[in-house]
Design a protein around this ligand. Structure first.
Ligand SMILES: [Zn+2]
Length: 289
């Protein structure tokens, strides 16, 4: 599907939805969601505490990430799609960007406006930004929620100036967790998560949308979740709230990892192994128009 092929094999049923794997590129997706609409899921979405006051290492990471956008600065405009509590926007502003956001959640929009940012409430297409308007467009953990990511990617390409950067992250279908846990992996979670990409599938999708220069890294992993899910099927998530435990578990793990230098070194080694072996559970994308 990500790559455009409709040749897929069934993986099974999760949350009463059929989940399939693309025979061409290995992306994992749900073909059909009868009551799909982003507004339905996310308009009333509440910001959780970790988002409203993120652990220090999250801010450090966001500062590092937004620093990597510097080579793309020309008109200084940055847009964060699905800006949530505005943490990325805040980091971008500290780095001198004229940063604005977009979110379908009224609560998130109000919160981020109170922080002094310009925010559009609604879908990207409805915002009707001028063509070639932004240096950088970011979208963390967004593509997996879309039944068809193509129109969004085409719109991102339209509003980016030539040579502008699209930065995004999304779960990796072919990471260690996806391979070891299969359908037990919490990231396979229809109808919230409808697409999990392989590196190949995501690259094809971005090239089709008009991006020229692509870098897709695989990073991270949550070993606790793997051990937990392998040993304890009865504890598999049954509700949406439990799904978000994954994020919390990662936070805790990251915090303890950052505390000592040797653990930090271990984490860096593990992360470079996961990237080189393409087994990380997250995809981190730099796509240049
Ligand atoms: Zn495919």
């Amino acid at each position: 599907m990500a790559c455009g092929s409709t040749n897929a094999r069934p993986l099974g049923v999760k949350n009463e939805f059929d989940v399939v794997s693309c025979a061409e590129c290995g992306s994992v997706y749900t073909t059909y969601s009868p009551w799909y609409s982003s507004a339905h899921f996310y308009s009333g979405f509440y910001l959780n505490e970790d988002e409203l006051s993120p652990p220090e290492f999250v801010n450090t990471r966001l500062a590092e990430i937004t620093t990597t956008f510097a080579p793309y600065r020309q008109n200084n405009r940055l847009l964060d799609i699905g800006c949530g509590a505005g943490n990325l926007l805040a980091a971008a502003r500290k780095n001198g960007w004229d940063a604005q956001g977009l979110d379908v959640s009224a609560g998130a929009v109000k919160h981020v406006r109170d922080l002094g940012f310009e925010v559009y409430e609604g879908e990207l297409h409805d915002a009707a930004f001028p063509s070639q308007h932004f240096d950088v467009v970011t979208a963390a953990e967004l593509l997996e929620h879309l039944i068809d990511p193509r129109p969004l990617l085409q719109e991102v390409e339209r509003i980016l100036r030539p040579g502008g950067l699209f930065w995004t992250t999304t779960p990796h279908a072919r990471g260690l967790s996806g391979r070891v846990l299969g359908l037990k992996w919490r990231c396979i979670w229809p109808p919230e998560h409808l697409q999990l990409f392989s590196v190949r599938g995501l690259k094809k999708l971005l090239r089709d949308a008009g991006f020229r220069q692509l870098r897709v890294d695989t990073t991270g992993g949550n070993p606790l979740e793997i051990f937990h899910a392998m040993g304890a099927v009865p504890n598999a998530p049954k509700t949406v709230d439990q799904h978000f435990d994954r994020v919390t578990t990662s936070y805790r793990l990251n915090e303890s990892m950052m505390k000592s230098r040797s653990r930090r070194a271990l984490k860096n080694t593990v992360n470079s192994f996961l990237n080189l072996s393409r087994l990380g559970d997250s995809l981190k994308v730099f796509a240049v128009k």
